[in-house]
Design a protein around this ligand. Structure first.
Ligand SMILES: [Zn+2]
Length: 453
């Protein structure tokens, strides 16, 4: 078996790998590159393989940087099946349509390219084959390649993928979830006898703070922000982070009455749509969330929450007096409605920007996180005078401790680990840590690298 690392190899976005085995070519994830622009120039470059020669596509989860270029595969001649969980399939459809919407907007405004159309997305959906967790699937019906999905605990429907072929066992981690995440089940253990683990390393050199629970942190930050009398802006990743925030706010407001009443706007059509997918698949909830549902609580709805789906509804948020909370996409502030709110409130010392997720190089979110005094938003220079806070506890990614414990979660250690989906320095530091801790080969990959398993 041969693995070629293509996207998500030098950095965190644009996940895309190619597996060659049993005379077949299999793609794992095909996501969009994201940086300063929602649709980076790399996305329009030709793929380094011919989609007509691909026999199957395996998908770990529905984040844009893992599914955003699937329609290009179909457009360029891929006729096989896409395999993922049913929740990933449904979320991916929303994510691709949302991406198309942003690309159309950016095309009109900035003349940037549109990579695919509605018909291409419909073709992807028609070629989807949903498979359940733990269900070993003989994808070519000849025993040559067997695929099993296990819960990655990263976002709803997320999986890490085990491929057994030519007598070898390879695992692609996709993204590995954080610990103690509400709604989601914990990350499953790694299978035994793994010959090669391809592992993400987004937070491979960091430890998330853990002395305070995410609910306490949220309570403290919301209370402070409300007392300052400004706007609390939370740039959100529409899948998972938003639902977790809603879940915690539901607890704080409706169930435990720990927060003062304040209007909370969920200003993201994608997040609103994604929440409906959660409601469709309660089978994937953890035990606590299942009990909540049984008790009759709608864990994503509470007094004060306003869902603003249309642009007009979104604009009305401006006329609501402060204090207020706005949860809006995009999570790295490289597009989406959060930019309109940021234009208004970043320079307001009474307001707060709460960063709850990974911010890629080149994004507005990253610049603010690193202390920029000014940022450029939609051609305007904006002073950053609001309070800026970053909270790792809300990350959808496990930190170094979680990654290390996951690598060691099978009966035996994987023979070799290849590290992708991380910044170069981070991958090297994690590789060094893995080598000293476990005494196994750990290779930080880069784009174009090919390894033989
Ligand atoms: Zn992800």
């Amino acid at each position: 078996m041969k693995i070629r690392f293509i996207g998500g190899a030098d950095d965190v976005t644009g996940s895309n790998s190619l597996v060659e085995t049993a005379g077949k070519k299999i793609v794992v994830d095909c996501g969009m590159f994201q940086g300063g622009q929602f649709n980076e120039v790399h996305n329009a470059e030709a793929l380094s393989y011919d989609p007509k020669e691909i026999s199957a596509v395996l998908i770990t989860h529905a984040h844009l940087d893992h599914v955003g270029r699937l329609p290009i595969l179909v457009k360029e001649g891929f006729t096989g099946f896409f395999y993922a969980t049913d929740a990933t399939r449904d979320l991916a459809e929303l994510v691709m349509h949302d991406a198309l919407g942003v690309m159309m907007h950016d095309n009109v405004k900035f003349g940037r390219p549109i990579l695919y159309n509605d018909q291409d997305i419909a073709s992807v959906m028609a070629q989807f084959k949903a498979i359940d967790y733990y269900e070993e699937t003989d994808i070519f019906h000849d025993g040559s390649v067997k695929v099993t999905l296990r819960d990655a605990g990263h976002i709803f429907g997320s999986a890490f993928i085990e491929i057994v072929s030519e007598g070898k066992r390879v695992v692609f981690s996709g993204d590995i979830g954080n610990v103690n995440v509400p709604i989601l089940r914990d990350t499953d253990n790694l299978p035994d006898d793994v010959d090669m683990l391809v592992c993400e390393s987004t937070y491979g050199d960091k430890l998330h703070e853990s002395d305070e629970s995410r609910r306490d942190i949220l309570e403290r930050l919301v209370t402070e922000a409300v007392h300052r009398g400004g706007v609390l802006m939370i740039p959100t990743f529409s899948l998972e982070r938003t639902q977790e925030l809603l879940y915690e706010l539901d607890k704080l407001i409706e169930q435990q009455h720990r927060l003062p009443p304040v209007p909370i706007f969920l200003d993201s059509p994608l997040a609103i749509g994604a929440t409906k997918v959660y409601e469709r698949y309660p089978k994937y909830y953890d035990e606590h969330a299942k009990e909540l549902i049984k008790s009759g609580d709608d864990m994503f709805m509470f007094p004060g929450l306003v869902l603003t789906e249309t642009r007009d509804e979104s604009k009305k948020i401006n006329s609501t007096p402060n204090p207020k909370i706005i949860i809006a996409g995009a999570g790295m502030m490289n597009g989406g409605r959060i930019l309109y709110h940021a234009l208004r409130y970043l320079s307001d010392p009474k307001s707060t920007l709460l960063i709850v997720g990974y911010q890629a190089y080149g994004t507005v979110g990253r610049a603010i996180q690193e202390g920029a005094a000014h940022v450029e938003i939609m051609g305007e220079r904006v002073a950053v005078k609001c309070k800026v806070q970053s909270v790792g506890a809300f990350s959808a990614h496990g930190d170094q401790a979680k990654i290390l414990s996951w690598i060691a979660s099978g009966k035996n250690l994987p023979k070799k680990v290849c590290l992708n989906h991380g910044e170069t320095e981070v991958k090297h530091r994690l590789a060094a840590k893995i080598k000293t801790k476990f005494d196994i080969a750990a290779v930080p990959v880069s784009s174009g690298l090919e390894v033989e398993v």
